[in-house]
Write a protein that binds this ligand. Structure first.
Ligand code: SF4
Length: 459
């Protein structure tokens, strides 16, 4: 049997898809070259991104003629949109065989088998609070906790030398625009020993760089070790820094309100932790930050940023910003531009506010910002962000960057690319003897664009 996993969504979802693929491999299946060749299609959904449901139902619609031609084709839909809209998925796409929630990922192969045996659709969606407790219990038993790979299974990776490692799932915050707490439940941290074992196994399998994933990595460990040693994120960084073979450690994302001094100190001290910080700002207006329930002011954000830049040499900082949050005035937006000017971000992911059903912000309909106004603000913000990103990249011209090689660029195979410690994309000609993916080569930077650098391998 061959399988295909289709992913919609964020890094967390992409990593969950890798884990799903690992489970299906461990179950004896093989990867298919595409949907058309697959006997099993698993769709991993996301409700965080815009138009998530249209993309899901569009994709499921394209699967329908395949299912008519091949009734044995099994289709499963999982992830956070499935968690939220469980009945709706079957009502809108009756050809789906399995619907599973964010807490049922490990059961996906079993659910597919059960649907085939019963000859009817199977829905298994644990309430997120229950699933979090269940996952925690699994963690305490020492396996298959939230974010853990399949027990004894293989997790296929997009790149052999890089891997994501989930350290925590869910979120205890309540940002007014975000659906994550509703669909992923409260924060559940994986046991530190389990994470360290996974990272050591990855290193033994050739991984050189890991990215730790969590909705709010700073609060890692808050739910662990009642009455005993309770690890903090800084402890995790220091411990993983000692894993032989791991040369680079990145993480996403810390919450600005929880970015503690001990995390910053660990970033500065640990040899493998990269000088890169993704610190979501969302807005530069204190009034809008309060309406978003973010728990910090623009001043506090800039203080934390300054502390991180003081401690960590050559730190690259990226962020997320939402434009047009309900009630945002011209003055609020100018405050955001002022923080962007002060922070001089290396890059920013900018979003036009779009209501997610079920969130507090979606109910603020009488304060929605007219689209033309929001779009005009958005364009001004993107221009300012690009100006700073380009200026910061130009500062790197002439420097020699240690670039971890990824391989030929997708668009132009004569050009290779990799990442600097700051996470910047660097292009370079491979030379007569191309370096191996995962190797670190010195690249002298000659050109800078807002989103990439280019240079040559230094002699
Ligand atoms: S911190 Fe806020 S934005 Fe991030 S996952 Fe939690 S609720 Fe969502």
């Amino acid at each position: 049997m061959r399988f295909w996993v289709q992913t919609f969504g964020c890094q967390m979802n992409e990593h969950d898809s890798e884990r799903l693929a690992g489970l299906l491999l461990a179950d004896g299946m093989e990867p298919a070259g595409g949907v058309d060749e697959a006997d099993v299609v698993v769709v991993n959904t996301c409700c965080i991104r815009e138009h998530a449901d249209e993309r899901l139902y569009g994709f499921l619609g394209r699967l329908k003629p395949l299912k008519v031609r091949r009734p044995d084709l099994r289709i499963a839909v999982g992830g956070c949109l499935a968690q939220k809209d469980r009945e709706r998925v079957l009502a809108r796409a009756g050809h789906v065989d399995v619907v599973f929630g964010t807490g049922n990922l490990m059961a996906a192969p079993e659910l597919l088998r059960r649907a085939a045996q019963l000859g009817r659709p199977v829905v298994e969606v644990r309430e997120v609070r229950d699933s979090a407790v269940g996952a925690g219990a699994a963690n305490a038993r020492g396996g298959d906790g939230p974010g853990a790979p399949a027990r004894g299974g293989v997790v296929p990776r997009a790149q052999r030398h890089r891997a994501w490692v989930t350290i925590q799932q869910g979120c205890d915050n309540s940002c007014a625009f975000c659906i994550v707490p509703a669909v992923r439940g409260p924060e559940v941290s994986r046991r530190m020993g389990e994470i360290v074992d996974e990272v050591a196994a990855l290193a033994a399998d050739g991984v050189r760089e890991i990215t730790l994933l969590g909705q709010n990595v700073n609060s890692y460990g808050r739910d662990l070790g009642a009455g005993r040693f309770r690890p903090r994120f800084a402890d995790l960084l220091r411990t993983l820094d000692g894993v032989e073979g791991i040369e680079r450690i990145r993480f996403t994302s810390p919450h600005p309100k929880d970015l503690r001094s001990d995390t910053i100190a660990a970033m500065a001290e640990c040899r493998a932790v990269c000088p890169q910080l993704h610190l979501p700002l969302q807005s530069g207006s204190d009034r809008i930050l309060a309406r978003m329930h973010r728990g910090y002011t623009a001043g506090r954000y800039l203080d934390r940023l300054a502390a991180a830049r003081d401690a960590v040499a050559d730190l690259a900082v990226t962020t997320d910003i939402i434009v047009g949050f309900p009630g945002e005035t011209d003055e609020d937006f100018e405050a955001t531009l002022a923080v962007v000017d002060a922070a001089r971000f290396d890059a920013a992911y900018t979003f036009l506010f779009s209501p997610r059903p079920g969130t507090a912000a979606a109910a603020m309909t009488d304060e929605f910002v007219p689209e033309t106004v929001a779009r005009a603000r958005f364009e001004r913000l993107v221009a300012l962000v690009n100006e700073h990103a380009w200026a910061r990249n130009r500062e790197r011209i002439g420097r020699c960057e240690p670039v971890m090689v990824d391989g030929p660029s997708k668009r132009d195979p004569t050009r290779w690319s990799g990442r600097s410690p700051q996470g910047k994309l660097v292009h370079f000609p491979p030379g007569p003897v191309p370096p191996a993916p995962g190797e670190v080569v010195p690249v002298r930077i000659e050109h800078a664009a807002p989103h990439w650098l280019a240079g040559r391998i230094a002699a």
